[in-house]
Design a protein around this ligand. Structure first.
Ligand SMILES: Cc1cc2nc3c(=O)[nH]c(=O)nc-3n(C[C@H](O)[C@H](O)[C@H](O)COP(=O)(O)OP(=O)(O)OC[C@H]3O[C@@H](n4cnc5c(N)ncnc54)[C@H](O)[C@@H]3O)c2cc1C
Ligand SMILES: NC(=O)c1ccc[n+]([C@@H]2O[C@H](COP(=O)([O-])OP(=O)(O)OC[C@H]3O[C@@H](n4cnc5c(N)ncnc54)[C@H](OP(=O)(O)O)[C@@H]3O)[C@@H](O)[C@H]2O)c1
Length: 283
């Protein structure tokens, strides 16, 4: 993986929409040769809860037989908070991926398709009240937490917010780290959420295949107790702790089992409980 200095392109020039459910790209930032984020216009009618995902995409190639083109859509967590007037997404670039081999080349003024039907389990409504919330992410699984970390309800509901992010390489942490660092000086967020809200956040980034300040999988670091010592916090308990998990399938399953061992029960929109989980991608 090649780390790049984040390269941002901004300044919107909304064009006349030509796609169904079209939205216009207003900014693109590339972090590595595998990761980028982009912002786009938000449909006036779109309401969503921070942490939810939508289907986005581009028009596919023409059908060889009929010549018809159909939208090529994939699930994407909305990385911006529910109050933001634009939408933000954080994306992988899969070299031969049907969508992202093309999506990675979008630039300001281009159109994407966005189906305005947000859904998902990583929402505050699916959790019962607690004192401390844990956001556990690997890779692009950080995206829903980029939304929830900028959501006022997160700080209204909890005394402490712990975000862990495990990636293979250090450059893959950049997007998350920059969002967390920017919270401190963001005048609007301090006003909307409450002055000094960011002091509730404890950030724990780790890498597994490239040296960084903290190496290891979060699961192993929790099992050994190292994560709790580093963070200066007590291990999880069902009375105080609530958690949201978003990563690859193996990570989700392993962490789910660990949370159950700590005594937490899985919640859903229809039956709120102590933790919720969602896949960052399908394998
Ligand atoms: C609920 C949900 C939310 C999602 N949110 C996001 C998001 O916010 N950002 C995002 O980049 N993707 C997200 N995805 C994955 C996304 O839907 C697509 O799979 C991804 O954009 C790649 O599309 P593709 O057509 O290029 O390749 P696909 O054919 O969809 O995938 C090809 C292969 O690439 C790998 N892959 C796919 N997505 C990822 C990923 N995100 N990280 C690492 N490896 C991956 C998998 O091994 C997959 O089999 C989400 C998936 C789900 C189910
Ligand atoms: N990241 C890259 O540089 C890279 C480059 C080329 C291709 N790819 C491909 O892209 C796909 C996704 O790669 P990705 O790096 O985005 O995501 P990933 O493979 O899901 O790994 C993301 C992070 O999650 C950790 N992890 C995996 N399983 C875990 C578990 N059970 N418990 C705790 N942590 C766990 C990984 O640690 P470990 O490192 O210990 O597994 C890694 O730090 C893979 O198919 C991969 O082959 C990735």
């Amino acid at each position: 993986m090649t780390e790049q200095k984040p390269v941002t392109q901004t300044a919107a020039t909304p064009a006349v929409p030509t796609l169904p459910d079209a939205q216009t790209v207003t900014g693109v930032t590339h972090y590595t040769d595998r990761l980028f984020s982009f912002r786009c216009t938000r449909p006036a009618s779109l309401r969503f809860r921070s942490g939810e995902f939508v289907m986005i995409g581009l028009m596919g190639d023409p059908d060889p037989k009929t010549g018809k083109v159909k939208p090529l859509l994939r699930a994407y967590s909305i990385a911006s908070p529910s109050w933001d007037e634009e939408l933000e997404f954080y994306s992988i670039k899969v070299p031969d991926g049907p969508l992202t081999s093309r999506l990675q080349h979008i630039s300001v003024g281009d159109e994407i398709i966005l189906r305005p039907k947000p859904v998902g389990t990583l929402v505050h409504d699916a959790l019962i009240p607690g004192k401390r919330i844990w956001f556990f992410a690997t890779g692009t699984g950080f995206a829903p937490f980029a939304s929830l970390l900028r959501e006022p309800q997160t700080y209204a509901d909890y005394d402490e917010v712990i975000i862990t992010h495990t990636c293979r390489e250090a450059g893959e942490l950049t997007y998350g780290r920059e969002i967390i660092e920017s919270l401190k000086d963001d005048e609007l967020l301090n006003e909307v959420i409450g002055e000094g809200f960011w002091k509730k956040i404890k950030y724990y980034p780790t890498t597994t295949r490239e040296p960084s300040a903290k190496m290891g999988r979060i699961t192993d670091l929790m099992r050994s107790g190292e994560a709790f010592t580093d963070l200066g916090v007590e291990p999880l308990c069902s009375q105080n702790d609530r958690a949201m998990i978003c990563g690859n399938l193996a990570f989700n399953l392993e962490l789910k089992e660990m949370l159950e061992d700590y005594g937490l029960a899985e919640g859903a929109n229809s039956k709120p409980a102590q933790y919720v989980v969602e896949k960052a991608f399908l394998d």
